[in-house]
Design a protein around this ligand. Structure first.
Ligand code: HEC
Length: 174
């Protein structure tokens, strides 16, 4: 993968050495090394941008994909543990119904029903419920108790709910 970059680098340094008749790596041309050194550096940067970018960018993208996949997997695990008692497997309707109209909650259409982009504020309001009368207050207490970190019980719990969000995003059908 890194071969093209290495080839560019070695051919560049070959050109430099070939034009240097002293054969000592140019150590005696110090006065001229200023402008030439600049040109070389600029060329190197340009070539690295041209050849390096197509190597670096896909690798970064792949690493990001891997991280995202791991988040979704973790989210599925926690969703099944904490949310499936009321919501269905894979976000499908379970026994949870809206208080207002008694319709089943389908989390597979959550994003579309909330304007097409993941509604972080709605999600937080729904799940991070410190109101004892809230639908999710009990599961939020359980999350804080079982996932909390020391003096900051919310930290670990929020992390878990965040990966559950990644999972829910991954199961959207619309
Ligand atoms: C005790 C049952 C119960 C559990 C456990 C539960 N929920 Fe819910 N959930 C509900 C009910 C009931 C509603 C509908 C609330 C309403 O009337 O708006 C709901 C609604 C939601 C909504 C809003 C849906 C929408 O269409 O706007 C989200 C998001 C949600 N739940 C996420 C979760 C997540 C994430 C978990 C796990 C951490 C979870 N729920 C666990 C009962 C539950």
């Amino acid at each position: 993968m890194s071969e093209p970059k290495e080839r560019v680098l070695s051919s560049l340094s070959g050109l430099e050495a070939g034009s240097d008749q002293t054969g000592n790596g140019g150590a005696e041309r110090t006065p001229a090394a200023g402008p030439r050194g600049w040109a070389f550096a600029k060329c190197l940067v340009a070539l690295l941008l041209a050849f390096g970018a197509d190597w670096v960018v896909p690798n970064c993208a792949r690493a990001e994909d891997e991280v995202q996949k791991a988040r979704v997997e973790a989210g599925r695990f926690w969703y099944e543990r904490y949310c499936v008692p009321c919501h269905g497997a894979g976000g499908a309707p379970g026994k949870a119904v809206y208080r207002a109209n008694k319709q089943p909650v389908d989390l597979r259409t959550y994003v579309q029903r909330h304007g097409g982009a993941f509604p972080a504020a709605d999600w937080i309001a729904a799940v991070y419920s410190n109101n004892p009368a809230g639908t999710h207050s009990k599961v939020w207490e359980t999350l804080k108790r079982s996932q909390g970190i020391g003096q900051h019980p919310e930290f670990g719990a929020r992390g878990v709910v965040a990966v559950i969000a990644d999972y829910i995003i991954s199961v959207q059908t619309k």
